[in-house]
Design a protein around this ligand. Structure first.
Ligand SMILES: C[S@@+](CC[C@H](N)C(=O)[O-])C[C@H]1O[C@@H](n2cnc3c(N)ncnc32)[C@H](O)[C@@H]1O
Length: 305
């Protein structure tokens, strides 16, 4: 009999996250992307029995796994299936005014990426879905098959800076005239034909469909709008001296975080703790490939005198 494998997701930059967001015994921690509770477990251990951990996630499976993993910790734990756009409602429901640490580890978890049926992976065949939240009705298949060519091209360009977005959108529109594009590998095939490369091409360090998949995923999950809303509202609920840490995985996300922190620093609201984004050391990059594109920025809400 084959033993059932535990879902795995190795948290990125665990050391820097703990050191720079600095949770203390008794703190209130809000992890808005609790995922499989990798960071949350570390935080829970640190805040101890007087602390409170609130974990949000839109993905029911990840949240269930987080619940299982956090079952033995001593702090109060509140898990809530909610988009972090509405993090203030989650705090209100939990009876919490302000938090000492707010952590956002953006994007998808390895478990979501590895599950072909979720449609995030350009390496495994599955339906073109890409929703983190299966209560939403926006799927990648609808964008790929229904958007006008110009809109599709703009979506790809703006969400991934793919230089050849026009050529790719044109090829997608040609292909879907013959047959609806419904699986991840069908889309990979169309993208590779547009770029005139094979899916196994070693010409570039990344897979030829990486940017198109990133662009669609961002659009399906409204990722940039969600992050902007979080950054906009976060200071309202950070206690004085409270820290916000954001781990971004591409330059669009990281740019939003960088500009928000700088603007608030100028306005005297934040002190920036990471002068430059923190990236993974070579040994972590080796052990955990996801960490290679991770950038952590941390800021502290200024303590007024
Ligand atoms: C990179 S994983 C987090 C992993 C987690 N830090 C850990 O160590 O296990 C990101 C998680 O955030 C969730 N997520 C992404 N965007 C979200 C949003 N706007 N609101 C709530 N959850 C979101 C995803 O479903 C995923 O489980």
């Amino acid at each position: 009999m084959v033993a059932e494998q535990e879902p795995t997701h190795v948290p990125v930059l665990p050391g820097p996250v703990m050191e720079l967001t600095g949770p203390q015994p008794g703190d209130v921690v809000l992890d808005v992307t609790v995922g499989l509770a990798g960071h949350a477990l570390l935080m829970a251990e640190r805040i101890g029995s007087d602390g409170v951990l609130i974990g949000l996630d839109v993905d029911a499976c990840n949240l269930a796994e987080a619940e299982r993993r956090l079952a033995g910790v001593s702090c109060r734990v509140v898990l809530d299936r909610r988009n972090f756009v509405a993090f203030e409602d989650a705090l209100d429901d939990a009876g919490i005014d302000g938090v000492d640490v707010l952590l956002a580890d953006l994007g998808v978890s390895s478990v979501q990426l590895d599950d072909a049926s979720r449609g995030f992976s350009f390496r495994r065949d599955g339906p073109l879905d890409m929703r983190m939240d299966d209560r939403s009705d926006k799927k990648a298949i609808d964008l790929v098959n229904a958007l006008r060519e110009d809109d599709l091209s703009d979506l790809i360009y703006f969400n991934s800076q793919e230089r050849l977005s026009r050529r790719i959108a044109k090829r997608i529109c040609q292909a879907r005239r013959d047959k609806r594009i419904s699986s991840t590998l069908e889309l990979v095939d169309v993208v590779c034909k547009a770029l005139n490369v094979s899916p196994d091409s070693r010409k570039s360090k990344i897979h030829p469909a990486t940017r198109v998949f990133q662009a669609l995923r961002i659009a399906v999950n409204d990722e940039l709008d969600a992050l902007s809303a979080l950054l906009e509202r976060a200071p309202e609920r950070l206690n004085r001296g409270g820290r916000i840490g954001v781990i971004a995985f591409h330059s669009l996300e990281d740019g939003l975080v960088k500009r928000d922190f700088r603007k608030r620093k100028t306005e005297g609201e934040y002190e920036i703790i990471t002068k430059r984004p923190v990236i993974a050391e070579p040994d972590e990059r080796e052990l955990n490939p996801r960490s290679r594109s991770a950038k952590l920025r941390v800021a502290r809400r200024v303590v007024e005198v």
